[in-house]
Design a protein around this ligand. Structure first.
Ligand code: CO
Length: 434
């Protein structure tokens, strides 16, 4: 199928966005840089807010959640919010607190499993570390982001000569004993912990004693790429859900002067259930909406009117049909790559969609000139969930769950369609101006 030039440039931009965002803290930094470049002003949760019409604002919580918004020119109580939400975290491996240990002449780093990654996809890849480190200062400590560009770690497979059944049985890894990542040769002069901390310290140009704590995410150093006969597909890590973050942010940045107040909300901790101070299950979204309402002078009743006028789009990825595995899919709900946003429905409210909110999204896509598709999961398979039902319940707003189609969700190397990147941005832009 022909890919438009516009779609290719959006997809290229998405790949750069992901390459610059190897951890959720980096994803928020990448978004912050783009917001600041367009004049968005940071608001502090610790200070009073004053909002001016025609300006863009953003608030951060916990280092990996961010909400950006633009007040609309219609009265908020009469029009409500147009809100799009996505998550900044991706499933994978995170270093344990005391990760480095020496044994059998080698130093390895112990990892925790964050969320539900496909563990086998972490083998034989050029892995590295990115995250945040807290460093002592004269009056306490400061948080700094860290990213090792070069491959630092590896999880080598066992040779097939020692795992003869791997192609019949699949790759099974013991989570405690077979996941530690190979890091280096043990040093006789220093402990594994010292060796690793010295490495962190030299990267940050501080002394090892200045490092108080760190949170480090394991990422794949291979950059994102186009692929396919017409280069109509993309492959990258973290498409779930940085592709939705990128789309919502791009749509907001491209919405100059919205009639209704436009909000793009990005939450950490979705892959582990959203229950945290900065997650979608916490108070962040409600607090920000409450404070926008107060700053714009709404009384309590007008705040309820605003909620009743509001519409929330929960954007997460959707499972595209992979023809090698026809039995994994509901036959009447095969969604195709490069065929437009997917409306995800589950009557058990694993997704927040209902017939009314789906109809609303269909009409938005129609006015954007974008095709859309419907997905429901097989009845004999457990369905995943999103921030949609959580946000809908917390805020009491009408909500729909949508996403771009993709393959290999939760693999370290996911894939999707080029045209879908532009389709989703166009649908979201229309939502912000609806
Ligand atoms: Co997701």
């Amino acid at each position: 199928m022909p890919i438009t030039t516009e779609a290719r440039s959006h997809a290229q931009d998405l790949l750069q966005f992901i390459d610059a965002s190897p951890s959720p803290w980096h994803a928020v930094q990448t978004m912050e840089q783009r917001l600041q470049a367009q004049g968005f002003v940071q608001l502090q949760e610790t200070q009073r807010w004053k909002l001016e019409a025609g300006r863009g604002y953003y608030v951060m919580r916990g280092g990996a959640s961010l909400i950006a918004f633009k007040p609309g020119h219609k009265p908020l109580g009469d029009s409500g919010f147009r809100m799009i939400g996505a998550h900044t975290d991706s499933p994978g491996l995170r270093l344990k607190t005391n990760a480095a240990h020496a044994s059998d002449g080698m130093v390895r780093l112990g990892v925790e499993i964050y969320g539900g990654p496909i563990l086998a996809t972490f083998t034989d890849r050029d892995l590295s570390l990115a995250g945040r480190v807290n460093i002592r200062t004269a009056d306490g400590f400061e948080t700094r982001l860290i990213k090792f560009e070069q491959p630092l770690l590896r999880l080598p497979n066992l040779a097939i000569h020692m795992n003869r059944e791997v192609n019949e049985q699949g790759l099974k890894l013991n989570k405690q004993t077979e996941l530690p990542l190979l890091y280096g040769i043990a040093d006789e002069k220093s402990s594994a912990r010292e060796q690793f901390h010295n490495h962190l310290a030299s990267k940050l140009e501080v002394s090892a004693q200045e490092i108080l704590t760190c949170e480090l995410n394991v990422f794949d150093t291979q950059p994102g790429t186009f692929w396919g006969a017409e280069q109509e597909f993309i492959a990258a890590s973290q498409l779930d859900n940085l592709a939705s973050c990128h789309a919502a942010l791009s749509a907001l940045l491209d919405t100059a002067s919205p009639a209704t107040t436009a909000i793009a909300a990005f939450f950490d901790h979705e892959e582990v259930g959203s229950e945290s101070a900065a997650g979608a299950g916490g108070s962040f979204a409600g607090d920000v909406i409450g404070r926008i309402s107060l700053a714009l002078g709404l009384d309590e009743e007008e705040q309820h009117c605003a909620a009743a006028h509001s519409f929330f789009i929960s954007a997460d990825m959707a499972h595209a049909y992979q023809p090698n595995f026809p039995n994994a899919y509901e036959p009447n709900h095969r969604v195709m790559v490069n065929a437009g946003p997917v409306i995800k429905t589950n009557s058990n409210q694993r997704y927040s969609t209902n017939a009314v909110t789906a109809a609303r999204f269909i009409t938005l896509c129609e006015s954007a000139g974008v095709p859309c598709q419907n997905y429901t999961h097989r009845t004999d398979l457990g369905c995943g969930s999103t921030i949609g039902p959580t946000i809908a319940a917390r805020l009491g707003v009408a909500s729909v769950d949508v996403g771009s189609p993709m393959w290999a969700m939760h693999s370290l190397r996911e894939s999707a369609g080029v045209q879908d990147v532009a389709y989703m941005i166009a649908a979201m832009k229309t939502a912000f101006s609806s």
